[in-house]
Design a protein around this ligand. Structure first.
Ligand SMILES: [Zn+2]
Ligand SMILES: [Zn+2]
Length: 339
């Protein structure tokens, strides 16, 4: 079988590899579509401190079950050969403290497909049956592969308990910011989006943003005060520039929540008084914790993830796909590989 392989930072090739066997409790998946994520680019460039090499990359993937190992019928959902599945890339140990309190996505021995173990940009991959979530057969493979990117949004909106009466500011109209926008709109919240690129803000408006603010031309703090009168109840930071953090604290309403999705190692200067005075909740959100069923429900309720798909490439042209993302960041939203 062929797979997209990063032997070491800076190398990216389609390699012939032995097909995996299917072990106890596993499902063998014939992959049909896989999304390219910013973190795949970081693994390729050697700028993901968590990645290990060599690696078959890809953590946003969907395909068809072609074989099941013994005892591969987890929980409520029985799997069958022929099922179409979206694969949750998060695997956990089940024994550490975070696992014991139901937070498997921050497991102390966390292993993510495509990061710490070989992933989904391949023709065949064996995954724990519990990670394979059945999707309707009428969905396109591209739609099924979008489950993982939307699980990031579902996780942050779950962690921050976003409800229909919320007003939400999404910082950043890149792929992650847009998934958060679409999820919050489906929940029924009123959403503002901030970015510095008008083309991205136009997309945000089309996807349901009530307010789209170019924070280079307008004062975002003034706009948010005008919009809410008292500060923003929920801010989701999908830009994650540490220097902007003090401004998030100022924009949050008393009793507000600020969610952070970034991986910056640079410090941010914060004024602790703001946190205490307003009793703010500052919440990290990483990957997803059992959110695939919720996202599959969202897609069933009419959230159309294919609105975020801008390009598709056969996986053999992965290099061209990566080049496009790097050379035309404004024209690309989600780029998918088909297998
Ligand atoms: Zn991703
Ligand atoms: Zn664990």
């Amino acid at each position: 079988m062929r797979a997209v392989y990063v032997k070491k930072p800076g190398s990216l090739e389609v390699m012939e590899l032995p097909a995996p066997s299917v072990g106890k409790g596993e499902a063998l998946v014939r992959v049909r579509a896989a999304g390219i994520c910013g973190s795949d680019m970081h693994i390729y460039h050697g700028t993901n401190p968590l990645a290990e090499y060599p690696r078959v990359i890809g953590h946003e993937f969907a395909g068809e079950i072609v074989a099941l190992g013994e005892e591969a019928t987890p929980g409520k959902q029985a799997l069958s050969v022929g099922d179409h599945v979206a694969v949750d890339p998060v695997t956990s140990c089940g024994a550490c403290y975070p696992c014991s309190v139901g937070r498997r996505n921050v497991c102390s021995r966390l292993k993510v497909f495509g990061v710490h173990q070989d992933g989904g940009m391949t023709e065949y991959v064996s995954v724990p049956a519990a990670n394979a979530h059945v999707v309707p057969k009428e969905w396109s493979w591209e739609k099924a592969a979008m489950t993982e990117p939307f699980s990031i949004a579902a996780n942050v909106l779950s962690r921050t308990e976003c409800v229909a009466s919320d007003r939400v500011l999404v910082m950043g109209a890149g792929p992650i910011g847009l998934t958060v926008l679409m999820g919050a709109v489906l929940i029924g919240a009123r959403v503002a989006v901030a970015d510095v690129l008008d083309s991205r803000l136009d997309v945000a408006r089309k996807l349901g943003a009530e307010l789209a603010v170019n924070s280079e031309r307008q004062s975002l703090e003034d706009e948010m005060l005008k919009w809410t009168g008292e500060g923003v109840p929920l801010i989701v930071d999908a830009v994650c520039i540490p220097a902007l953090f003090p401004s998030l604290l100022r924009m949050a309403s008393p009793a507000g929540r600020i969610a952070h999705l970034g991986f910056s190692e640079r410090p941010a200067e914060i004024i602790p008084l703001e946190i205490t005075k307003k009793e703010l909740s500052i919440i990290g959100s990483r990957l997803n914790c059992n959110m695939f069923p919720r996202v599959i429900e969202w897609f069933g309720k009419g959230l159309d993830p294919e609105k975020l798909v801008s390009h598709k490439f056969p996986f053999t042209e992965v290099r061209g796909a990566f080049d496009l993302i790097e050379e035309k960041p404004l024209e690309t939203r989600k780029v998918l590989l088909t297998f």
